[in-house]
Ligand binder design. Structure first.
Ligand code: ATP
Length: 334
């Protein structure tokens, strides 16, 4: 079987990390016909938008995409490219697994949690205006529909992965209506899934708990903004952004992308860590039902990191982006 999958190389280190991931995926035995579409800063001059219509058409047709980071040019009046993509394709769940790797120096051992971030509303709805010249207002939207859907997804994921607990993260003590609604929805949905433990923690307390004992947590589900902040923070717990993959899941398709941004400071130098992008490819393979190939890649990445001989510079080594991919491919062959 051959799959049609959209490939978005993206900006900055995007083309380097996606080409490393593609190389690894192609050596896993799965046959993919990549439909390469360009978006982001590189196409603005040509199309007068960072998201030309062909990008959305390609993803809607193929239902699955692997995407490198894409930057939104600041001060040119464009809405965030990533937020637009998520909204246009209704990719309502953002999933980021945060796991410690043997061989990677970090302050913690045995972290293995998943952040499930609501991806469609909250302050990201983009509704803001000036009330007077000196006062701006941003509107936070929390709906029952989106809250039910994301919490339901968190429980589904917990069951699929044999996890034992889901925690809803919120600030309902202050935002009694908006976060209050999110919490009420979470509690209702939890009633339907009694076999999985459920709890809720206020976002500030959660931040402290994660820094103190991250290994205690399993599946965390939260509105958009808290998810954005806590997932970057959690990446720091395990050795940095170069290691954290991500998936944006919707009812009609999914876009897989590393948690990191375009890192313009290291773009074009062949030094970026492609692990996050390779592992986003692993999540993609599982999504399309190619679990065996996914396991093979994941095990090879883990083995290379554990060995510690070939590490990229963010992890204290000198191995280049493409060389790292080659080493993973060699490891898969063994
Ligand atoms: P953007 O504006 O697209 O979000 P950014 O540079 O502000 O990009 P990130 O790219 O997410 O933010 O990350 C911040 C820094 O972390 C980068 O400047 C880079 O030094 C480092 N970094 C991020 N991703 C990687 C990676 N894959 N490998 C090595 N270092 C990375």
């Amino acid at each position: 079987m051959e799959y049609n999958i959209t490939l978005i190389p993206g900006d900055g280190i995007g083309p380097e990390v996606t080409s490393a991931a593609v190389k690894v995926i192609e050596n896993s035995g799965v046959r993919i016909n990549w439909e390469i579409v360009r978006m982001g800063a590189a196409v603005i001059e040509e199309f007068n938008t960072p998201i030309p219509a062909y990008v959305l058409e390609s993803i809607k047709k193929n239902k699955v995409a692997l995407k490198g980071p894409v930057t939104t040019p600041v001060g040119m009046g464009f809405k965030s490219v990533n937020v637009t993509l998520r909204q246009e394709l209704n990719l309502y769940a953002n999933i980021r697994p945060i796991k410690t790797f043997e061989g990677v120096t970090s302050r913690y051992e045995d972290v293995d949690l998943i952040i499930v971030r609501e991806n469609s509303e909250d302050l990201y709805a983009g509704i803001e205006h000036m009330i007077t010249e000196d006062i701006a207002e941003s509107i936070k939207i929390i709906s029952k529909k989106a809250s039910d859907r994301i919490v339901e997804y968190a429980f589904k994921l917990a069951k699929e992965q044999n996890r034992s607990e889901v925690i809803a993260v919120h600030k309902a003590n202050i935002m009694k209506l908006s976060d209050g609604l999110f919490l009420k929805c979470a509690r209702n949905i939890a009633e339907k899934h009694k076999e999985i433990a459920f709890g809720d923690v206020i976002v500030d307390a959660m931040s402290m708990k994660l820094v103190m004992n991250p290994e205690k947590y399993d599946v965390l589900v939260m509105p958009n903004l808290y998810g954005d902040i806590l997932s970057d923070m959690a990446a720091g717990l395990i050795g940095g952004l170069g290691l954290v993959p991500g998936a944006n899941i919707g009812e009609e398709g999914a876009v897989f992308e590393p948690a990191h941004g375009s890192a313009p400071d290291i773009a074009g130098l062949n030094i970026a860590n492609p692990t996050a992008c390779i592992l986003s490819g692993v999540m993609m393979l599982r999504y399309i039902g190619e679990a065996e190939a996914a396991d093979k890649i994941e095990k090879a990445v883990e083995a290379v990191l554990k060995e510690g001989k070939y590490l990229t510079c963010d992890l204290g080594g000198t191995t280049g982006t493409q060389e790292f991919a080659e080493v993973v491919i060699e490891k898969m062959a063994k």
